[in-house]
Design a protein around this ligand. Structure first.
Ligand code: RNT
Ligand code: ZN
Length: 412
């Protein structure tokens, strides 16, 4: 018997239409970060990665040019089902013919090749100003007491708004522009308020007069970073309140909270008040380690919270992890496939029934059914989804990575 038809019947008995779930998921874009391909190096400087984030590992074959990074991303795209956006950081500006522009002087033309790449893949583009890995990013950027430094970064943010507008116009898809800084202090602050006031003022200045149809600005919070352990300017409360009072989106990265906090529990709270929110899906191991996203409980729970609250169009899902210790394209592919898996898994949940069991206080049956649901033949539906997206269904996708490593990566 066709395994998919068998699975389809099993789900149908619970009132779940697997074909409908597959069709729905195909239209849900997941924004895929360019920075897994080169350990967040970018193309605009030779300096080290700063801002309190870190990649570890030195697996061979890292992309070092735009051509290599795009070729690698293309390989990964061919192995990941579903709709995609390309998530680009400002430090991935592409300068041609020896020209160079500092971060405050970046222009749309420096991202023309990314637009071409996105169009080729029928994908929208998202954007991120890069407030790190730069000589002017020494501790504090948008919250700096040094007006020269603060203004430099405000100008960078404004340049990024213009680039985001250009992305949206070119692709026809609104551009999610995420503001994250690693601003903070290593040791006990004497004044926690002044930097936060400056941070708010700076973001206000960046967002003066942007086109709301084209750009969706977000502010990403964080709890701490390496070297800034005692104080983070853009804390959870700061980002949430800023976003709420300015009508922009809060962005939650699930690596940016205390270890027993879960973003899956926060999504519904935000959905009560914000029309739209944004996520960075990652896997924190003891800290914001940005391990590859797995098909684990929290990733599934995040997906379920989006789906069961009927919020697929209100939540902008992006990936944010970087592992340099294994084949980078494989890392990229595993994480992106897992996000898709989690969304499909969530779409197959008999959510209305489960909600009814909760509301009627039938917690015994709710537990029984939630546990039974875990072992339904999900793998068959996943494989059908991959096939219908023209993507290799099983582990054979890895053969292509092995081949690519032998033919391309090992020659770098
Ligand atoms: C850092 C934040 C931020 C970055 C990217 C590269 O902790 O998660 O989103 O990972 O901007
Ligand atoms: Zn993030």
């Amino acid at each position: 018997m066709n395994q998919y038809l068998y699975a389809k019947e099993k789900y149908a008995k619970l009132g779940i239409d697997t074909d409908a779930a597959i069709a729905k998921l195909k239209n849900v874009p997941v924004s895929i970060h360019c920075w897994q391909g080169d350990d967040v190096n970018g193309f605009d400087s030779e300096g080290p990665l700063t801002g309190g984030i870190q990649t570890t590992g030195n697996y061979p074959g890292r992309a070092t040019t735009p051509e290599q990074l795009m070729a690698d991303m293309e390989k990964m795209f061919s192995l990941v089902p579903g709709a995609k956006k390309v998530n680009v950081h400002a430090c991935y500006a592409i300068f041609e013919d020896g020209e160079y522009a500092d971060r405050d002087k970046l222009e749309p033309k420096h991202f023309k090749k990314w637009v071409e790449f996105a169009k080729k893949h029928n994908a929208g583009l998202d954007f991120n100003p890069t407030f790190f890995s730069h000589p002017m990013a020494n501790g504090l950027t948008l919250s700096s007491p040094d007006e020269k430094v603060r203004k430099f970064w405000v100008e960078h943010g404004r340049a990024c708004v213009r680039i985001s507008e250009y992305f949206a116009k070119e692709t026809g898809v609104p551009c999610v522009m995420n503001i994250w800084t690693g601003d903070g202090l290593k040791d006990v602050p004497a004044d926690r308020k002044a930097p936060r006031e400056r941070y708010a003022k700076s973001i206000d200045e960046i967002l003066e007069g942007y086109n709301k149809e084209l750009v969706k600005p977000c502010v990403e919070s964080k709890v701490f970073g390496i070297g800034v352990e005692s104080y983070t300017v853009g804390s959870a409360e700061f980002a949430l309140t800023y976003a709420a009072t300015r009508n922009i989106l809060p962005l939650m990265d699930n690596g940016h909270y205390h270890p027993t906090e879960v973003v899956s529990d926060k999504i519904s709270s935000l959905l009560c008040f914000f029309p739209e929110i944004a996520l960075h899906v990652t896997r924190p191991i003891r800290w914001d380690s940005d391990h590859v996203v797995l098909f684990d409980d929290e990733t599934k729970e995040i997906a379920k919270e989006i789906v069961r609250n009927d919020a697929l169009e209100r939540v902008y899902i992006a990936l944010d992890y970087f592992d340099a210790s294994i084949n980078r394209i494989s890392a990229w592919t595993v994480g992106a496939r897992n996000m898709q898996k989690a969304l499909l898994y969530a779409l197959l949940e008999p959510s209305a029934d489960f909600k009814a069991l909760q509301e009627s206080g039938n917690y015994t049956k709710l537990m029984v059914m939630q546990e039974e649901y875990k072992t339904l033949p999900f793998g068959e539906v996943w494989e059908e989804y991959c096939r219908s997206c023209g993507v290799v269904a099983g582990a054979e996708w890895f053969d292509e990575i092995v081949e690519y490593e032998a033919n391309v990566l090992s020659k770098r």
